[in-house]
Design a protein around this ligand. Structure first.
Ligand code: ADP
Ligand code: MG
Length: 366
């Protein structure tokens, strides 16, 4: 028996958790090797890391959707991995929000939310409905209480899914990449609901690829790699001063969009669309039009004659630095005139001109 004093501020305690999958052909795959951590009440933990490193498996093991092979999970003083631990109690302890929403499609929004409290908690129907309406207000979805999920956008579905998990009054909510199935325009509305929950003192574990969100919202970051919590620390420690090189490489990774332009009748509409999508995805829509007009200006005005080139847009999520690179082949000096240079300098943060092994590079920091 764990005494109350000991578990006071400890909400989740994971001890030597491991998970091995046995494949149908008899081979096995150990996805979680030895996960250990303690999470305090009210903490918001973001779990980041390369794909395939067991982040989803960890959440599913914590929630007993994928029972661990060995180890223990103590939630608010109770060992939920103990044999026969009751499901209704477990669901009250842990809520889960999935990437793909998993709403019940044949139930209205309101019914989706009242279903578990009335069945599992035996909450009276009227109370469940009242609470559900409160929760829907909280996530900005009260006006959609009576519609079916099929009429909702992805962002709206995910907000309903969050309300549904809150309806069980869980001690902890687990989020598995809650925004990665969403159209980029809808990421913001879901993240803002999660930010609001974080402020309310709810304990949360969030698997996410949104680095800036993770940095802003979390009390601690777990970097998962190779089936263990490879490094953990405050957002500042993980993002600014990571100890391990794998952590450093991961948090500083650069997103790229590349076009090879090999004739002067290239498809500039395709580039425009690609730029817009890229900028939406990485939350830099304000840079899209500038980047596009710089591309047109350089290609149509500043290049004396057509030359094959590689156009590259890079964005470092964490630092927010966006660069536009024009790698022009077979040129050993800058094609820019002083007038061109002056025009570009007015529009960008930095202009770099440098020879490369295969030609010449114009780099614009936008
Ligand atoms: P992440 O969420 O970090 O991308 P996952 O936890 O989804 O990683 O998966 C980690 C590894 O476990 C992957 O190699 C995946 O194929 C494997 N895996 C996940 N679920 C199962 C399963 N039910 N059976 C067998 N292998 C699985
Ligand atoms: Mg995953």
């Amino acid at each position: 028996m764990v005494n109350d004093q000991m578990v006071n501020d400890k909400m989740v305690n994971i001890i030597h958790l491991s998970k091995t999958f046995i494949n149908p052909d008899g081979s096995s795959l150990t996805v979680l090797k030895d996960v250990n951590c303690t999470i305090d009440k009210g903490e918001v933990i973001s779990i980041i890391g390369p794909s395939g490193t067991g982040k989803s498996t960890l959440l599913r093991a914590i929630n007993m959707l994928e029972p661990p092979t060995s180890g223990e999970i103590i939630v608010n003083g109770e060992n939920i991995t103990a044999p026969g631990y009751p499901l209704d109690k477990l669901r009250r302890k842990m809520g889960m929000v999935f990437q793909s929403f998993n709403l019940f499609e044949h139930m209205t929004v309101l019914e989706n939310i009242t279903y578990a409290p009335t069945r599992l908690l035996k909450m009276p129907e009227t109370q469940a409905k009242e609470e559900a309406m409160e929760l829907l207000k909280k996530v900005g979805m009260a006006q959609k209480a009576d519609v079916y999920p099929s009429s909702l956008s992805g962002g709206q579905k995910q907000r309903v899914a969050i309300a549904r998990s809150l309806a069980m009054h869980p001690d902890v909510i687990l989020f598995d990449e809650p925004t990665s199935a969403l159209d980029p325009t809808m990421v913001g509305e879901v993240l803002s609901v999660i930010r609001q929950l974080a402020k309310s003192g709810l304990t949360m574990l969030i698997v996410t690829h949104e680095m800036r969100f993770a940095r802003d919202v979390s009390t601690r970051i777990f970097f998962m790699n190779e089936g263990i919590i490879y490094e953990d620390g405050t957002p500042e420690q993980i993002f600014e001063h990571p100890v391990h090189s794998a952590t450093k490489a991961f948090v500083n990774r650069i997103q790229k969009l590349v076009y090879e332009i090999d004739s002067d009748d290239f498809d500039y509409l395709q580039i425009h669309t690609g730029l817009n999508q890229f900028c939406l995805k990485y939350n830099i829509t304000e840079k899209a039009e500038l980047a596009y007009s710089l591309i047109k200006e350089i290609l149509f005005t500043h290049m004396p004659s057509f030359r094959p080139l590689t156009l590259r847009l890079t964005h470092t999520e964490l630092s927010g630095v966006t660069a536009l690179d024009f790698m022009v082949e077979g040129l050993n000096e800058s094609p820019l005139t002083d007038t061109a240079r002056a025009s570009l300098r007015q529009q960008v943060k930095e202009l770099i001109e440098e020879p490369t092994t295969r030609g010449f590079r114009i780099k614009l920091i936008v």
